[in-house]
Structure formats: C-alpha cells, structure tokens
Design a protein. Structure first.
Length: 168
C-alpha cells in the first residue's frame, strides 16, 4: 500500500524525511486485519481483543486505541466503558497520564512519538475521507501503525480506499 503513496523523499508534518520501514529488530506478530460492517462492531471487536491481550499478560497501560477522528474515540471509549475495561481518553496534555494502567484512547496525531506493545487502529477502512489528501492520510496511518511494538490490530471496515487496499 505505501509504495505508491509514500517515498523516502516525502516528509512528515515536522519536515522529517520518511524512510523505508525497517524492522529495527522488534519481534511481534503479523498485523491482525479485522473487517466488520460498522464502526460499532469494530470497536466491540477491538475491546474483545484487548481484553484477550490482558488475559495473556499485557498490562492495560501497554495498550492503545488510535483513531483518526474524535467521534471514533468517543465510540471506542463508550464500548470500553460498557465492558468495564479501564481506559483514558486523551483530551489534552493536562488530562492525560501516559503512565496510568489503562487503555489509552487517542488520535493518530496525538500518538506521534509514543509506543505501546498493543495498538488498535480503529476506522482505517474509512480513510481517507472524501476530499482528503490520500498521501497525508497515508502518513497518518504510518504514524499509527508504527506505534505498535508487538501486536497491531487494524480495522478496515468501510468504504475508504485504505480498507480496499488492506483488505485485498
């Protein structure tokens, strides 16, 4: 997917050149791609997968749900709350404690520079939005996907071009 959208000559929002992804010696599973008809179902499946990861020994604080839009963050937080899973929605630096032992729910933009063993990207199948620059959205997807150090879950339901590319 990235080869036709991102090149080594591209730069991110901070002017840092993007390089071809390299493993850097990390061990982890192949990304898990989930395709469900609605964002609600996607958020519910992600909650189930995070609960399973916790039972497998991952601390809640080692997990994050990354979303493109605030509405997706609200939906995920609502599902986590109904399931009784500890979580924190990043609504600004003053209200966010990165060390809290709970699932972090934040935007792709806010995740830049952070790492978590378990990361779920919700709503990728709706990217890019109508009229959005596909290359900019690809850079954001790249930022989110590279936050995972062990397990990456990607939700690709929806009619966006990324869902089509990742679901093939």
């Amino acid at each position: 997917m990235a080869a036709d959208l991102l090149t080594a000559e591209d730069q991110d929002d901070d002017g840092v050149p993007l390089l071809k992804p390299v493993s850097c010696g990390r061990d982890g599973e192949a990304p898990l791609i989930i395709r469900l008809p609605t964002l609600q179902q996607e958020a519910a499946q992600v909650a189930d997968l995070l609960a399973t990861a916790h039972r497998e020994g991952h601390a809640w604080g080692d997990m994050a749900i990354l979303c493109r839009h605030w509405s997706e963050m609200d939906l995920c937080a609502s599902v986590l709350k109904r399931r009784g899973l500890p979580h924190q929605v990043q609504q600004g630096a003053a209200t966010f404690n990165p060390l809290a032992d709970c699932v972090k729910v934040l935007t792709l933009h806010a995740s830049k520079g952070l790492e978590f063993p378990v990361v779920a990207l919700v709503g990728v199948g709706h990217m890019p939005a109508e009229g959005a620059d596909e290359r900019d959205e690809a850079r954001l997807f790249y930022v989110g996907a590279t936050r995972a150090t062990h397990r990456l879950i990607v939700g690709v339901g929806g009619g966006g071009r990324f869902g089509e590319r990742l679901g093939a």
